[in-house]
Design a protein around this ligand. Structure first.
Ligand SMILES: [Zn+2]
Length: 91
């Protein structure tokens, strides 16, 4: 339901995956940084980065946070609430 956005001229990707919203993209940042995404989900996310400067900047920030956290914690999982706090920061 709802109206599909028109495909922009020169793009013929409309049959592939529908565009992600920024919120959907942000939710997948950490999976992306962990290389846990593949196939269409990863392509959809990368397509979003191509089109969305905001999310490029958010991703850079997330990458730094991710590196920082892994540096501190090694392979330990994120403490409870940590991921949520980071997500709020990058909103
Ligand atoms: Zn975005």
């Amino acid at each position: 339901m709802g109206v599909r956005p028109q495909a922009r001229a020169g793009e013929d990707m409309e049959y592939a995956t529908r565009p992600l919203s920024c919120e959907e993209a942000v939710k997948q940042f950490f999976a992306y940084l962990d290389r846990a995404l593949s196939g269409e989900r990863m392509e959809a996310l990368e397509a979003h980065f191509d089109a969305c400067l905001d999310c490029c900047e958010r991703l850079e920030f997330s990458r730094k946070v991710d590196a920082f956290v892994k540096d501190r914690l090694g392979d330990a999982p994120l403490p409870d609430g940590m991921e949520e706090r980071i997500r709020r920061l990058i909103r």
